[in-house]
Design a protein around this ligand. Sequence first.
Ligand code: FES
Length: 267
Amino acid sequence: MQVVPAIDVRSGFGQTRRRDAWWRAPLVVFLVLSTFVVYATWAAFQNAHYTFGPYLSPFYSPEIFGSSPHSWLGSRPAWWPGFVPFSPALIILPFPGLFRFTCYYYRGAYYKSFWADPPACAVGEPRTRYRGEHSFPLILQNAHRFFMWVAIVFIALLAYDVWAAMWFTDPATGQARFGIGVGTVVLAVNVVLLACYTWGCHVLRHVVGGRLDEVSKKPVCDYAYACVSGLNGRHQLFAWCSLVSVMSADLYVRLCSMGVITDLRLF
Ligand code: FES
């Protein structure tokens, strides 16, 4: 194990005695998160090509208002401001977006890669005053404990989308028939990865057992705590895998809808 010599991080931005490639991880985080934010923003404003047959892009689910057959309450609502371009994704994406933005793991990652605060452990940062998350605006990150409950509901909704993605309209009869396409698998893998990410949340771990003094005395809590802890130990892995999968699922549905690729029916 490499021992990093102590350094006064106030000695100057980027100053360090580390000899490893400490900049590599923050750079990769910066590139991947930037790519995701740019793509998700672009996709959210498209208001097109977000469905293909029974498939619905996870960026647009649930489609509360919209013009596709997946819409719950019909097309664009009357209260939508005229100066804002309408898209179903703009109504729902803020919730999973803020859940991810306030995630404890991502906070540690983007504080380093976007704010250089600090760029990495034992590397000088561009500020001399540390304010932490106990004052405005970063104290708002505590809202993560509320977004977690919303995210759990989204997992249920996306799981329903996978079920709906197994029913294809028979062109001959117009009846829905059971089937599995590559798109079904793409949506299913996505919801599994999102569930592993969400159910490994530090907040959930606290709720199901971490708040108890002797969790072992409550078997249900003890079991739930062990399950969440197992996922929590891989929270970083699921954070990145689910980020890539949700973007890939949208891209898959989009490319099918645009006719760029053909969805293969497996069953
Ligand atoms: Fe990462 Fe809650 S801490 S999702």
